[in-house]
Design a protein around this ligand. Structure first.
Ligand SMILES: [Zn+2]
Length: 248
């Protein structure tokens, strides 16, 4: 998961994203890869020391729950960027995720190839992370796993507009993007407490990952992977935390 520093500042979360100019560069391989994130910068200490890190393997669990989780996403103008780690679309106000008694506003969606979350050890070609925040700055993410199959027409809008290299957010004239088209019909989710999956790996994130995947074509995967490369953090230990599987 990657959130722009500007966005975090706007949410009053400056403490976990201070001084981006001097924060260390990080990547997905080599000396600045995930195994080293915690050593690259004191601000990234949680990447190494955190006990509730993301992503995780969604394994069978004794905990099952039917807490109501639903989205009310609205189609809107397409605003897209490439932050050097992922392709991301930003959303205007007005779309929400409700999880139990909590309600969060949809901020952005971004992608990881291959998937970060893994189901019973199985990695998927891609995952979409829908990032939300509530009025007090608490974060919630909804993860949607993609499998290879039929092309997703809505995804084509993102692919056509995605900057091939690092680029600031820009509006794509004449394009309306509907985030609902990236969701499965049934939103039965795994729920757990976790972290940002990118430095600074801050914890306290309310994670939801849909049990049902959606499809994308091999060509679509090739296009997005061609831009982002491998950008998945390896799975992290559960460390005894509660993982609630969908009841159904
Ligand atoms: Zn992510």
């Amino acid at each position: 998961m990657k959130i722009s520093n500007t966005l975090l500042l706007g949410l009053g979360l400056a403490s976990i994203a201070v001084a981006p100019a001097i924060a260390a560069d990080w990547s997905y391989k080599g000396p600045t890869g995930p195994e080293h994130w915690g050593d690259l910068d004191p601000k990234y200490a949680m990447c190494a020391k955190g006990l509730m890190q993301s992503p995780i393997d969604l394994v069978d669990t004794n905990a099952r729950g039917d807490v109501s989780v639903f989205t009310q996403y609205r189609p809107g103008p397409l605003t897209i960027l490439n932050n050097g780690h992922t392709v991301q679309a930003n959303f205007a106000e007005g779309s929400t995720l409700t999880s139990g008694t909590m309600q969060f506003n949809l901020l952005q969606v971004h992608f990881h190839t291959p998937s970060e979350e893994v189901k019973d050890g199985e990695q998927y070609p891609m995952v979409a992370h829908f990032v939300h925040a509530d009025a007090s700055g608490r974060l919630a993410v909804l993860g949607i796993l993609f499998e290879l199959g039929a092309a997703n027409a809505e995804l084509d809008k993102l692919i056509a507009a995605a900057p091939a290299s690092k680029a600031d957010a820009r509006n794509v004239p004449g394009v309306t993007f509907n985030p609902n088209k990236l969701l499965p019909d049934d939103l039965d989710v795994y729920r757990f407490q976790g972290s940002l999956t990118t430095p600074p790996c801050s914890e306290g994130v309310n994670w939801h990952v849909a049990k049902d995947s959606v499809s994308m074509s091999a060509e679509q995967l090739k296009a997005l992977h061609g831009i982002m490369g491998d950008n998945a953090r390896p799975v992290q230990p559960l460390n005894g935390r509660l993982l609630v599987a969908p009841a159904g």
